[in-house]
Design a protein around this ligand. Sequence first.
Ligand code: BGC
Length: 348
Amino acid sequence: MKAITVEPKTAGSARYEEFPEPDVSEGSVLVEAVAAGVCGTDVEIVEGKYGWAPPGKTRLVLGHESLGRVVDPGPGSSLKTGDLVVGIVRRPDPAPCPNCAVGEWDMCTNGQYTERGIKEIHGFMSQRWRSAPEYLIKIDPSLGILGVLLEPMTVITKALEQVAMAGQRAFWEPRTALVTGAGPIGLLAALRLKANNLEVHVLDRAETGPKADLVRALGGTYHSGRVTDLDFEPDVIVECTGVGAVIADSIQQIGSGGILCLTGIGAGGAATGEVASVAAQVVLKNNLIVGSVNANKRHWYRAGQNLARSDRQWLNRLITRREKPEDFRTALERQPDDVKVIIQFSEV
Ligand code: BGC
């Protein structure tokens, strides 16, 4: 079979190449790939900035946003041939730390967790892959190709759960939410915040184009200036850019008692303002900053339900480009109107 592989920490090493069939030790369920989503983490791995090959190997199969069709459910699984499934990304650390011991691997405290397509386990960008049944989520078959959006939806499901839980520290009735960055994570955050009846604002660099249209189609307000130029102080900010200056501006702009949730991972950009004076705002306004990464089974389950209930036409518009596996380089190159780019291995 063929797979998109990379030598982690070596820029320019990615290729679509012949690769051994997945071994049964990788899981009893055999899955044929339908599609894999491309995300910023994949780009970082291909640029040689992130990622780890499995122990004793030099190359890693890329891809952590999956959609596949069961071709052999193997023994002892309730899955059936033909079921559409998505693979869970993270595995608990072997120690395990207390969080991994209770199934909250997304909160792993010793850093020894592994992640498919990112950290020490092969990913999903291969024609066939295997998984243990407990790490597969069966999706509503009517979602079809939209099932590929489940993984980013899990990230936002966890982040918004964190915000809701953190909000319980005091009397809190959030009304306005700002999302910074209108990529797939930001737009899915906007979708869910709107579903939770908040007044939703999304800010992005792009002035016009599909991102602005998608926000308006949700009934949200789109902005393209600086966060500190907004004429209101949001109760919740979901930060999806990872850019230092946007984060610092968000800390300045958030309302009293507000919660800033950071989901973006280090895209650089010098922060403006001195850390201590920025932090003083957090103290004086009782603000809370919470980082959120990955997702556990509870979030995968909820995300599956939420995705199935969402407006299919709107979700469809998030997938702005489909590429063939042999054209993975083109898939990884960001184009101005891209929201979610997917690599399609087979028809749904
Ligand atoms: C993935 C997460 C993962 C994180 C850090 C993200 O792109 O969606 O599942 O935990 O990268 O590796």
